[in-house]
Design a protein around this ligand. Structure first.
Ligand code: PEP
Length: 251
């Protein structure tokens, strides 16, 4: 089964509006630059409109870093899927470990967001991954499987096929430590098997990414793993030249 690689940049809480515009100028992606790879940038909300304008007609798609599950209402500080779509977002990161940790997001709220994103036509990039203690105790696989099952509960098979999952071991995020490509590949395969248990054959179509200190030096090896279909890139997506290089290497 051919799955089109996906490279997504997660800018986290970095870049002012001016810096985002500067990045877009330097990145300067043409319309057909990477026909064989999907490229997504997920900036802070405040830079979405500027990037929508700056990236128009380019090969780069836009994503957000989170959303709320309700369509509208008295939810101060929250942003809906409809609002993101208005800014041309096609993707939305859901359940990033930093949100699970600092904002106390739960499997239940993450599941609501995945459902809402899909029903409003956004592709969720669902993040899962174990911490160091869980890995050392041999509990990584069971934990990640549980996260996947709880986030995707009650979705139809077709809906599940429309989700992107990013396996991001917490101990590898922003630490410079990458899981070996073999470790990452095995976990991505286990995630696919979990989804197959829930949704059957559609699991073969689902894109599963690796995230955690991905850079231009390790992406090619990670991409050689048959169950890794791309990467969610944090720090290394902030520099236009390095992000470009990662996309080239992923091809
Ligand atoms: C991330 O933000 O999802 C991430 C993987 O970060 P980094 O690449 O910096 O480890």
């Amino acid at each position: 089964m051919e799955r089109k690689p996906l490279i997504a940049g997660n800018w986290k809480m970095y870049k002012t509006l001016a810096e985002a515009r500067e990045f877009a100028k330097e990145f300067a992606a043409g319309p057909n630059e990477w026909p064989d790879v999907d490229v997504v940038i997920c900036p802070p909300y405040t830079a979405l409109a500027a990037l929508q304008e700056a990236l128009e007609g380019s090969a780069v798609m836009l994503g957000a870093q989170d959303m709320f599950h309700e369509k509208q209402g008295a939810y101060t500080g929250e942003i809906s899927a409809g609002m993101l779509k208005e800014l041309s977002c096609r993707f939305v990161i859901i359940g990033h470990s930093e949100r699970r940790e600092h904002i106390r997001e739960t499997d239940e709220s993450i599941s609501l967001k995945v459902h809402a994103a899909l029903s409003q036509g956004l592709t969720p990039i669902l993040c899962v991954g174990e911490n160091l203690k869980q890995r050392e105790q041999g509990k990584a696989l069971g934990f990640v499987r549980g996260q996947v099952e709880k986030a995707l509960v009650d979705l139809s098979s077709t809906e599940m096929g429309g989700v992107v999952i990013a396996y991001e071991p917490i101990w590898a995020i922003g630490t410079g430590k990458t899981a070996t490509s073999e470790e990452a590949g095995k976990m991505c395969q286990a995630i696919r098997t979990t989804v197959a248990g829930m949704a059957g054959g559609v699991a073969q179509e689902m894109r599963i990414l690796y995230g955690g200190s991905v850079n231009k030096g390790n992406i090619a090896e990670l991409m050689r793993e048959s169950h890794i279909d791309g990467a969610l890139v944090g720090g290394a997506s902030l520099k236009a030249a390095e992000f470009r290089e990662i996309i080239q290497q992923a091809r």
